[in-house]
Design a binder for this molecule. Structure first.
Ligand code: SIN
Length: 510
């Protein structure tokens, strides 16, 4: 399928910008701020600025800044977590350029937490052999960073921000990108012409039953890029965070208990209070995330429980209230005082290492199409992402995309896309809620943290049938588009998982 729109989609306006950025998380905002102020730039976001995975990010941003750390140490931890599949060049760029971007954020007034001497405070998370994770608002790093950058974006004259604007398609001709078609306010379709489109659309969490991702994480950028002919890479590598707050009834969007809680001394225990990561890995609770997630699942299988616990009661209530204000408050609303009670947790989908294949300047195989942040695969994460490297990737490769675009000459004028000439599909409404529910179950049961070849084959058959039925019809609703995108990305994940018979990193075949 080339386009989600149809020949009878009514476009109400056409506008032009030098750069279109899709997504208003950290990668999108930071890319926009690095665009030359002489270039006109529009950021379109599916919802408002406070709905993104970046906004929800708790732990922090990893960078080799402290006295006893070096980019080489950070590189080693990154490639060990990535199970040897990281792209060495991209990972080196990440760790060597990362400190510069943290300094830039400090200059842009991101309110990082400081120690008693007014220096950046560092914490440790899984897979890190050093304390190198900077944080803000205790456990609200994403929210504080996005707020600070969004404020500066709002003052930049060359940047237009349009919320509630949902990407439908990336438009191309034989020379490359021509722009995007997006729907504003769930109502009007707009064609935004541009020679440069940056996809910073985040992840795919809504493909799974339980995820830390927000409701908008339906893989829209990845699916639109795929329809446009962009290559995907490593899409089978899906990360499960070991410690989503356990709920009897999964809500689809689960609250995260940050890995930083373990970094500050939290222990993973079963219902008898026994630590189960000791003996599993030399870093125990702070082993790379895939290992801890599988450790928790195995412990749940062994004991028959549907959750395990984090115990951080060794710390004082005063410390926990300051260091983890959000976690402290949210847990209280669930009747858990983390200073006295163990926190029930279980593994939940959290991140996708794979995505739209992008080079070190965030370029895809389509001229003028860029991808950065979680939607992209720059190769820095390999088969499993090191904790708090995701926001760093947003910064380094968001900036590099902008810097590349800044060096480009304006392309010669090209003709418009003739939307009326596209195939017209029959307008039909399907039961999107039911389709999504079934796909979530299929993906969680057969393509989660533990997989089998037989299960993946079942998943491929089911998802392919759903995708076929969705591709045969058309609807202008966002629900249709999201369900179509979920099916397309889910099929790619399952197909890629089937074509990798050996376990590696987050891809674990039993
Ligand atoms: C966390 O705070 O545990 C999440 C950080 C990350 O995903 O890197």
């Amino acid at each position: 399928m080339r386009y989600a729109i149809s020949g009878d989609t009514k476009i109400v306006s056409t506008t032009s910008f030098d750069v279109v950025i899709v997504g208003a998380g950290l990668a999108g905002l930071y890319a926009a701020l690095n665009i030359d102020e002489r270039l006109s730039c529009i950021i379109i976001a599916k919802e408002s600025i406070d709905i993104s995975s970046s906004w929800l990010a708790q732990g922090g941003i990893a960078a080799a800044i402290s006295q006893d750390d070096t980019p080489e140490h950070h590189f080693e931890d990154t490639v060990v977590a990535g199970a040897g599949l990281c792209d060495t060049q991209a990972a080196k760029i990440l760790v060597t350029e990362g400190p510069f971007d943290i300094e830039t954020l400090v200059k842009l007034n991101v309110p990082f937490d400081l120690d008693d001497h007014g220096e950046l405070q560092f914490t440790r998370e899984g897979g890190h052999n050093k304390h190198r994770v900077v944080h803000a608002g205790g456990d609200a790093t994403g929210r504080e960073t996005v707020k600070a950058l969004a404020h500066i974006v709002s003052q930049r004259k060359n940047i237009t921000f349009l919320g509630h604007c949902c990407l439908f398609d990336v438009i191309t001709d034989e020379h490359g990108v021509l722009g995007v078609v997006a729907k504003y306010n769930d109502d009007e379709f707009h064609l935004i012409r541009s020679d440069n489109v940056v996809l910073a659309t985040g992840g795919i969490g809504q493909i799974y039953k339980s995820s830390t991702n927000p409701s908008i994480a339906t893989g829209d950028g990845i699916a639109a890029a795929m329809r446009a002919g962009a290559k995907l890479k490593d899409i089978e590598f899906v990360q499960f965070h070991p410690t989503g707050l356990w709920n009897k009834e999964s809500t689809g969007h689960e609250f995260l208990i940050s890995e930083a809680v373990r970094g500050e001394g939290g222990l993973l225990v079963n219902s008898n209070g026994e630590r189960f990561m000791v003996g599993n890995h030399e870093l125990a609770e702070l082993a790379p995330r895939d290992i801890v997630a599988r450790g928790a699942i195995k412990e749940m299988q062994r004991t028959g429980a549907d959750h395990v616990f984090i115990d951080i009661t060794s710390k004082s209530e005063e410390f926990l209230k300051t260091r983890f204000p959000t976690i402290y408050k949210v847990c209280l609303t669930h009747g858990i005082n983390i200073a006295y009670d163990k926190i029930p947790v279980c593994p939940v989908q959290h991140y996708m290492m794979g995505g739209i294949e992008a080079d070190i300047d965030s370029r895809t195989n389509i001229k003028g199409l860029f991808a950065c942040g979680e939607a992209a695969n720059t190769g820095v994460h390999g088969a499993n992402r090191l904790a708090s490297n995701s926001m760093l990737e947003c910064l380094v490769f968001g900036r590099r995309a902008a810097q590349f675009i800044n060096t480009q000459k304006k392309a010669a004028p090209r003709g418009d896309i003739d939307i009326k000439s596209l195939p017209i599909r029959p307008a039909t409404e399907l039961d999107y809620t039911a389709l999504r529910k079934t796909m979530k179950s299929v993906m969680s049961n057969y393509c989660g943290a533990l997989r089998t070849k037989e299960g993946l084959e079942v998943a491929l058959k089911e998802i392919s049938e759903t995708l076929y039925s969705l591709e045969s019809v058309y609807s202008e609703s966002n629900s249709y588009l999201e369900t179509l995108n979920i099916a397309a990305v889910a099929k790619s994940i399952v197909s890629a998982a089937l074509s990798r018979p050996q376990s590696v990193g987050s891809h674990f075949i039993e």
